[in-house]
Design a protein. Structure first.
Length: 286
């Protein structure tokens, strides 16, 4: 009994609160990393790295000195290679961190204008869907898309259904490529822009370049990309690397309103009420 008590006392000394917090932080970071690389090419690379680490440790335990030497040197050189291989995932992770509420500086200033912009976009998408006119519309959010804008023709114009329909009319100079709309400013920034194609190998073979480009853009940013199929007129959108298809005008409008008006409005209300409460507390203290 005394030995059990001594063991528990020694264990309580070893397990400090700081150690528990340290373990929880590391576990959380590992969990997030696994989430970021799931269903990407980096997932297979990560499995290979785990096998390599296990092989290195096993070679040391079994006294395979030559194999262990080669594996350790391979790991040293491979560290640089991993940074290159995981570059898209590292970029996505840093952008995800940068989009947290601690770093956000962009707030909707004119909800009425934003709603009008959404209505213009939905009207254009519905018309192009009925006419089976292919379209690719990128709605910028917190992640800046200046590098994508620079690949196309700058317009910086007000968003209107007529302008969007005119841009995507077949055989016009700007119809090939994507349109970039900056929702925070309610401005159409550029047309005929080039988007990165998806790296997901599990994408259906039936999807064309337009859908693959939309998914690729959503994998590399927090933008929402709208697609109108030239073959079927089906309305789709890509978000966070996933594709959602077979929308109608009403469901598209509801979705865009929720994403660009309702969520921002809630954030502003939280900020507003927080400010009011702080002012109220100050008055009570006085």
């Amino acid at each position: 009994m005394a030995q059990v008590q001594d063991f528990i006392m020694n264990l309580s000394v070893l397990i400090k609160p700081s150690s528990v917090i340290d373990i929880l932080i590391v576990a959380f970071v590992i969990y997030k990393i696994i989430g970021w690389i799931t269903d990407t090419q980096a997932e297979q690379v990560a499995k290979g790295v785990v096998v390599l680490l296990l092989s290195t440790q096993l070679s040391e335990w079994f006294g395979l000195h030559t194999v262990n030497f080669l594996l350790r040197n391979l790991m040293t050189v491979g560290f640089i290679a991993l940074i290159i291989v995981f570059q898209p995932e590292l970029r996505r992770a840093l952008e995800h961190i940068g989009r947290t509420s601690f770093f956000r500086t962009k707030w909707m200033e004119n909800v009425t204008e934003t709603k009008k912009t959404i209505e213009e976009i939905v009207e254009a998408v519905k018309h192009m869907s009925d006419e089976k006119t292919g379209a690719l519309i990128v709605l910028e959010r917190d992640t800046g898309l200046e590098d994508i804008i620079s690949t196309g023709t700058r317009l910086d114009s007000a968003v209107s259904a007529e302008l969007l329909m005119n841009i995507f009319t077949p055989n016009t100079p700007l119809h090939d490529g994507a349109v970039i709309i900056r929702i925070q400013e309610n401005r159409l920034k550029a047309a005929s822009c080039l988007l990165p194609l998806t790296e997901n190998k599990n994408v259906s073979k039936t999807l064309g370049t337009r859908h693959r480009a939309a998914m690729g853009m959503s994998e590399n940013s927090d933008a929402i990309i709208l697609i109108v199929s030239e073959e079927s007129g089906v309305i789709s959108y890509a978000n966070t690397g996933k594709l959602y298809r077979y929308l109608d005008a009403n469901s598209l409008k509801e979705f865009l309103t929720e994403e660009f008006v309702a969520k921002e409005d809630k954030s502003l209300k939280i900020k507003f009420w927080g400010t009011q409460n702080n002012e109220k507390n100050k008055e009570e203290q006085q």
